[in-house]
Design a protein around this ligand. Structure first.
Ligand SMILES: Nc1nc2c(ncn2[C@@H]2O[C@H](COP(=O)(O)OP(=O)(O)OP(=O)(O)O)[C@@H](O)[C@H]2O)c(=O)[nH]1
Ligand SMILES: [Mg+2]
Length: 385
């Protein structure tokens, strides 16, 4: 779900940004809900938005909000016909009325085949700081110079999707804009690039986090990787330009250790050393992508989860505080992408971070969940329940 408010442009930077955000949201949406306010009536801004939406040629559902009483507002609704999107759909979000019907209509408008097709394709976002070789890697995979490559940082500004198939599967590779530190001069372009990158991460199943071999992990890399983790995406650390790196025996293992030291919260992500320039190990990426994607969408049964939890508890006793000990009643997987587990306990604040991390590690190890974040939701439950 993408939200973008649009206000008319009067030079105000925030409004300008909202407009840009809304524009991007329109570009990447499948269906657009055009929300108007029946109490305010049809406004000039509504008419401006209507022009913008018509240009987009996307399916639009015109919705009138705040219709608390259909009798009272019936005539006011008809005014919105003028916008040219057919019959306005009345809803009242505060009374939660009309929402079900609206969702049905959204569903009807969703592009079905594309949906199915897109679902079987693994979406892979190539992320990393400027100049690390993202476009070069995508070009190497595609076997063509689809994306512009140059040694000027910030060459790619818009995310570009490329479909690709081989014996390993079907993919969409998303070449993203390098996310870099803000510089005053280019701040504006910068913001949009960052925004587009964030959208690319949101859309992705798996992120290839590129690091430049000779530079090693930088603070900026850590920030970018953090975004993928927060979004719950599968993640693979890709050390690029390995052709340029001076090697001795044992270099690879040592390099790996350094990366994991600096990106401690990514100790579960696989690392691969490649050269987009020579093509070294690029083919090895596909099996990793498939595995990480599978793990990111993995589902395990409640009994399996509880077996792991019970074994974990038996091995390391849960912590106690002021004479009260943490009790874990049971756990269950609530969601995938990323695997999310709800764990029921007697008292939340006894479930210390370190013990939670221990449980997560056990779950990760038992179910082989490399390359994907795992989320834990802790719920309190009365003992007698
Ligand atoms: N030696 C070497 N150079 C590479 C490799 N991959 C990319 N390069 C070079 O690095 C520079 C930047 O490559 P790009 O692919 O444009 O980098 P990018 O990450 O897309 O950069 P932005 O779009 O600016 O964020 C170019 O000069 C490439 O030729 C590699 O594996 N080895
Ligand atoms: Mg690029």
């Amino acid at each position: 779900m993408i939200q973008g408010g649009i206000e008319n442009a009067d030079g105000d930077i925030i409004k300008e940004q909202m407009r840009e955000q809304a524009q991007i949201a329109i570009e990447i949406a499948d269906v657009i809900i055009f929300l108007t306010d029946v109490k305010e009536g049809l406004t000039a801004i509504d008419e401006e938005i209507a022009v913008l939406l018509k240009k987009s040629k996307k399916p639009v559902l015109l919705v009138c909000n705040k219709v608390d009483s259909f009798e009272k507002f019936r005539n006011d609704i008809y005014e919105f016909y003028k916008l040219g999107f057919g019959e306005p759909i009345p809803i009242s979000s505060s009374n939660a009325q009309g929402i079900g019907d609206l969702l049905d209509k959204v569903y009807e408008k969703l592009p079905e085949e594309i949906e199915d097709e897109e679902q079987e394709r693994i979406k892979v976002a190539v992320i990393g700081k400027p100049n690390v070789g993202k476009s070069s890697l995508v070009n190497r995979i595609l076997g063509e110079n689809r994306n512009i490559v140059s040694n000027i940082a910030g060459t790619t500004r818009d995310s570009i999707d490329s479909e690709f198939e081989n014996q390993y599967g079907k993919y969409v590779f998303i070449d993203t804009a390098g996310i870099r530190r803000k510089s005053k001069v280019k701040e504006k372009i910068e913001k949009y690039s960052v925004l587009r990158s964030s959208f690319a991460i949101e859309r992705a199943d798996v992120c290839l986090m590129l690091i430049e071999a000779n530079e090693g992990v930088t603070e900026q890399d850590a920030k970018i990787a953090g975004e993928a983790v927060e979004a719950g995406k599968g993640i693979i650390i890709v050390v690029n330009k390995w052709d340029e790196y001076e090697k001795q025996t044992g270099t690879l293992e040592k390099y790996k250790q350094e990366v994991y030291n600096k990106l401690a919260y990514l100790s579960y992500a696989p690392i691969i050393f490649i050269s987009a320039k020579t093509g070294q190990r690029v083919e090895k990426l596909f099996e990793l992508i498939n595995k990480v994607n599978e793990n990111n969408s993995k589902r395990v049964t409640t009994s399996e989860v509880n077996q792991v939890i019970n074994e974990a508890i038996a091995m390391v006793q849960p912590p106690s505080d002021k004479g009260k000990r943490l009790k874990i009643f049971y756990g269950t997987q609530a969601a995938t992408k990323p695997p999310t587990f709800v764990i029921f306990v007697n008292q939340k604040d006894l479930f210390h971070f370190s013990y939670e991390r221990y449980i997560v590690n056990q779950i990760r190890r038992e179910f082989n969940l490399t390359g994907t974040p795992i989320r834990i939701i802790v719920r309190e439950k009365m003992e007698k329940e």
